[in-house]
Design a protein around this ligand. Structure first.
Ligand SMILES: [Zn+2]
Length: 344
């Protein structure tokens, strides 16, 4: 069994893992306005931000460099745990326009608790030589960050690769040459429908290190239980915002449902503070309500998993049940289970 719980001691407080970091689109032009969730979901005092997007947004950057704190800007309490990634996804077409040192300075200015190193993600369409160059470059950038980092914040080295050996070697190399509090696996979004591949890559990382392991971009409803099962400590997701934009209602065990398809129902099947007392028509018209509900759905998934573990129930039995409704995810889980059993 690879599922594990730990307590992180971070500059802005303690954090129980495994945990989800909801992606905040702070700095991105279209959708800054993530509705307030930090005070309403008590076990989710977390946010993932993109350092590069914030630095690129002039008015906000001016405020932040003139004494307004990131948490004030986000209108969240001081004890909010912030994970600042480098924004590597925006470099996918070119080389980074920042240095590890500059990114560290920004992460520090924003008073983030967890720092992700500058990286260049892979693409399925790239030739393998180009992807290999990106893998090597991301490793060098991580080592450079390690040289310049000396604070209480966690420094997680970004690791990329499309085969288990590359991941394993990357982590071992970084472990020997640098000083990291953990590792963050990137570039999985483009291959996310290949569950077997993703499972193998995550397992390669999990078995290469006992330190904190984060997985970028795969914290949605389907992946969350899989990542928990594979022993991942944290993950992030923007699925709750994206789905709400498509009027997609997330429900653990069922996945997403387009609200336009449902007509003859007065109340939705979720007891969260959003849905519990409001009618379907009401929620259908309210994007913010849908965003918050979707986040509750992701939180519920995590709470259920914690409950099963803490009640001493068999996690594999629970996941057998949890995935039985959907052929694709059932297959994904079966693959993961075979690989985990081979390990233990
Ligand atoms: Zn709800």
């Amino acid at each position: 069994m690879l599922y594990r719980q730990r307590l992180l001691d971070l500059p802005h407080g303690e954090l129980q893992t495994p945990v989800l970091f909801p992606v905040r689109n702070l700095g991105k032009r279209s959708s800054d306005n993530t509705p307030e969730y930090i005070s309403s979901i008590p076990d989710l005092p977390t946010a993932m931000i993109n350092v590069r997007a914030i630095r690129e947004r002039d008015p906000m950057w001016d405020r932040l460099t003139n004494g307004v704190s990131l948490r004030e800007e986000m209108e969240v309490p001081d004890d909010t745990i912030v994970y600042a990634d480098s924004g590597g996804y925006d470099f996918s077409e070119k080389d980074p326009d920042t240095t590890p040192q500059e990114t560290l300075e920004t992460q520090r200015l924003l008073e983030a608790d967890i720092f992700g190193t500058v990286d260049i993600p892979l693409s399925r369409e790239n030739r393998s030589a180009e992807n290999q160059r990106r893998i090597d470059r991301s490793i060098d950038l991580a080592l450079e960050a390690s040289t310049h980092h000396d604070g209480d914040e966690l420094l997680l080295a970004s690791v990329h690769g499309y085969d288990p050996e590359t991941i394993r070697n990357g982590i071992r190399y970084l472990e020997r040459r640098g000083e990291f509090d953990g590792y963050a696996l990137g570039s999985l979004v483009p291959v996310r429908t290949d569950y077997e591949k993703v499972t193998k890559l995550v397992l390669a990382a999990r078995t290469a290190t006992d330190k904190h392991l984060h997985v970028y971009g795969l914290g949605g409803l389907v992946y969350q239980p899989l990542l928990l099962y594979l022993g991942v400590d944290s993950f992030d997701s923007s699925a709750f915002i994206r789905s709400a934009g498509n009027r997609n209602y997330l429900l653990p065990g069922f996945g997403g449902e387009e609200l336009w398809n449902i007509d003859d129902l007065e109340y939705l099947p979720c007891p969260c503070p959003v849905c519990g007392s409001r009618t379907l028509d009401d929620i259908r018209e309210d994007r913010d309500a849908l965003v918050v509900h979707n986040l509750w759905a992701l939180t519920t998934e995590l709470r259920r998993f914690r409950y099963v573990a803490s009640a001493g129930r068999d996690i594999e039995d629970y996941l057998d049940l949890r995935f039985q409704g959907n052929e694709v995810t059932q297959r994904a889980y079966r693959i993961a289970k075979q690989q985990v059993r081979r390990l233990t």
